[in-house]
Design a protein around this ligand. Structure first.
Ligand SMILES: C[S@@+](CC[C@H](N)C(=O)[O-])C[C@H]1O[C@@H](n2cnc3c(N)ncnc32)[C@H](O)[C@@H]1O
Length: 301
């Protein structure tokens, strides 16, 4: 059985994302298996939750888990930045984004997110989306592949990795995750191969970000979501690497400037998981949680 995703920084989310009214509307923009939504629904018996996830399988898993609250829970399948750009529902009081992918993606999706298993190199969250990871790995020019791995993976051996990938794909296309992991590991100098994280972690992260356009989507979401918040509403974002956190930090600061203090950043420094959480749920280690509040008496944009 595939283990259920353990929600990250769930206590901090509950502490900072407190509805201002009993019948609040809460947007869970990265529903996953619905762990955070479940806590909202349990804690606030009159709130309504709209959960958005682009992965149809995740939506199904969450809908099943949240079936006891079917009257107060609505599922939307789609990219959250696109859904929010066309939002025609009431302004949400709370919006949560818990970025990245779920335990299911690594352990049960069969889509090559993990370098630990032999799976087709796909990595698409949107099941019928364009361009999967094998397409990038097998068609990009060496230079572009190196840039992608450097930019999205912050991988200092990006050029060596790209060179090796291009050599290997001449023998035969690279279509599975374990072969890619081996190629990457071999490209990295032996003395740097045995760090805290697996040698292929950064390359896999880079490909996943590129395949799903994650940073562009986050930027678009940061442009839209704050303006949708109800008066007194809050937007909380949990990010998992510095590229994401930088975008969130800058956008939140920028709101202060653009809207003359209408938005209050509630987390001058990002909140991070407790040591206890890091020990009990290691994937939480890199999490950073930032929150802003709409201080105005009406929606802004
Ligand atoms: C880290 S998981 C969320 C886990 C969830 N908060 C919980 O506690 O169970 C992130 C989920 O968001 C989805 N996702 C990531 N980026 C997305 C985006 N831009 N639009 C829609 N869904 C997205 C992924 O498919 C994944 O299921």
């Amino acid at each position: 059985m595939i283990p259920i995703h353990v929600s990250v920084m769930s206590d901090e989310v509950m502490e900072y994302l407190v509805p201002s009214r009993p019948d609040s509307l809460i947007g869970d923009g990265t529903l996953g298996e619905g762990g955070h939504s479940l806590r909202f629904l349990e804690s606030y018996p009159e709130c309504r939750v709209i959960g958005i996830d682009v992965d149809i399988t995740m939506g199904q898993r969450a809908a099943e888990r949240l079936s006891p609250w079917v009257n107060r829970f609505e599922l939307i399948t789609g990219w959250t930045d696109e859904v929010l750009a066309e939002w025609d529902k009431a302004p949400p009081d709370l919006v949560l984004m818990d970025l990245g992918v779920s335990t299911f993606h690594y352990d049960g999706s069969g889509r090559g997110f993990s370098f630990k298993s032999v799976e087709p190199l796909d990595m698409r969250l949107e099941r019928d989306g364009d361009g999967d990871a094998s397409e990038l790995v097998n068609t990009l020019r060496e230079e572009d592949l190196a840039d992608l791995i450097f930019t999205y993976g912050e991988e200092r051996f990006s050029r060596r990795i790209a060179r090796r990938i291009v050599e290997e794909r001449k023998q035969s296309p690279i279509n599975d995750s374990s072969r890619l992991a081996e190629i990457v590991a071999k490209a990295i100098p032996a003395q740097s191969r045995h760090g805290r994280i697996h040698a292929a972690t950064r390359t896999f992260q880079a490909l996943r970000i590129a395949v799903n356009g994650e940073l562009d989507r986050l930027s678009r979401l940061l442009d839209t979501a704050p303006g949708l918040l109800a008066p007194g509403g809050r937007l909380g974002i949990i990010s998992f690497h510095s590229l994401e956190d930088r975008l969130v930090k800058r956008a939140f600061r920028g709101l202060d400037v653009r809207f003359g203090g209408t938005y209050n950043v509630l987390t001058r420094k990002p909140l991070v998981p407790t040591e206890k959480e890091c020990r009990s749920n290691p994937p939480s280690r890199s999490a950073k949680f930032r929150v802003i509040e709409n201080m105005s008496s009406e929606a802004i944009l």
